[in-house]
Design a protein around this ligand. Structure first.
Ligand code: ADP
Ligand code: PAZ
Length: 319
């Protein structure tokens, strides 16, 4: 049910069907021109023009509202504390969802659209895969078949990273991951130098804090998010997108001899499909069910996609 009656009153969310959400795009004067929209589309290989205009433009407008309000609150709090207005910390957006649901595509589109605002904010994008434990360490811990599960990350380092950003540190380094070699890259870091906005994208970014051995609950990265987005779709669709992407990579990246998956380039299409389905059913599917989906209700906003990646409805927390 979208937006009406008793159910709406008993829910902490507002749900907007696509058409109602899309109408919010036309009410401003910040629409991207045709050239800009083409540039944004180029970021996602199959991103639809309507999708950019009808879904991501209203989302970028809503985010601009939140960033502006956070700035105003920051100023009021500094006045209240009788402090001489130290600069505000970056506005942090968490972006969560399954493997292959379209997180990277959504993150890149948002990064570009937010940077296009008249104030031209600096928008940094960090993916949590850089915080995965190295393959050698995963192997030592018997976790190579659990890549992407919460325990496969250096969660302390990821938390430290977000805490450092929200502490206002001038420069914070993030480690990086290489999908080609399927491993973290020890000596390649990206420096995050006090941008206006940081997007933190990853499977598990909305996980609540773990309960420690002494029974205490620590902090989680999501405790430092100013806004969060969960990209959602039916599991059967996501599984299909995963397999399709795997088959496309077989035609391209897997052909590189340096690729961890080079061995798959020689497989027939049927064999490659079976291998992709095996990886999904053994790793990414269970991780979605056990760890990712249970965090959906923690997001500020949920983008629910249809089988063709078009967003069918948007669910937003009430204020
Ligand atoms: N909005 C979209 N429209 C069309 N295709 C999309 C869209 N978002 C993602 N895809 C496709 O779905 C697949 C998974 O997207 P990706 O962004 O790589 O997912 P993730 O980062 O969640 O693993 C890719 O093949 C991508 O091209
Ligand atoms: C690297 C990933 C864990 C995603 O990490 P994220 O940036 O979401 O933290 C995932 O893309 C992955 O490689 N999963 C392992 C199973 C597979 O090969 O699909």
């Amino acid at each position: 049910m979208a937006n009406g009656g008793h159910a709406a009153e008993s829910s902490p969310y507002v749900e907007l069907e696509r058409a109602a959400w899309a109408r919010l795009a036309s009410s401003g004067d910040d629409a991207l021109d045709a050239v800009e929209i083409e540039r944004v589309r180029g970021l996602g290989d199959q991103l639809d023009l309507d999708e950019v205009e009808q879904v991501y433009l209203p989302l970028s407008r809503l985010l601009s509202l939140y960033v502006g309000a956070a700035g105003a609150l920051h100023r009021r709090q500094e006045e209240f504390l009788h402090r001489t207005q130290p600069p505000r910390t970056p506005f942090v957006i968490g972006l969560a969802g399954s493997v292959a649901v379209g997180k990277s595509t959504t993150a890149r589109v948002l990064q570009h659209m937010l940077a296009h605002w008249p104030e031209h904010p600096q928008v940094a994008l960090v993916t949590t895969d850089g915080f995965l434990l190295p393959n050698a360490e995963l192997e030592r811990r018997g976790l190579l078949q659990r890549k992407g599960f919460p325990e496969s990350y250096d969660r302390k380092a990821l938390l430290r990273f977000v805490v450092d950003i929200k502490s206002g540190r001038e420069e914070v380094d993030a480690p990086t991951y290489d999908h080609l070699t399927y491993d973290v890259v020890p000596d390649r870091k990206v420096a995050v130098r006090r941008p206006d906005i940081v997007i933190v994208e990853g499977l598990n970014v909305l996980q609540p804090a773990a309960v420690r051995s002494d029974g205490r609950t620590g902090l989680a990265v999501s405790d430092f998010f100013d806004f969060s987005v969960f990209v959602d779709a039916a599991t059967s669709d996501i599984r299909r997108w995963y397999v399709e992407r795997f088959l496309r990579l077989r035609e391209t990246a897997f052909r590189d001899p340096a690729s961890y998956f080079a061995k798959y380039a020689a497989l027939s299409e049927a064999e490659a499909r079976a291998e992709a389905e095996r990886i999904w059913d053994a790793i990414n599917g269970p991780n979605l069910r056990e760890n990712v989906l249970p965090t959906r209700s923690r997001a500020t906003l949920v983008l629910r996609k249809d089988a063709d990646h078009s967003v069918r409805y948007v669910r937003l927390r009430k204020l």
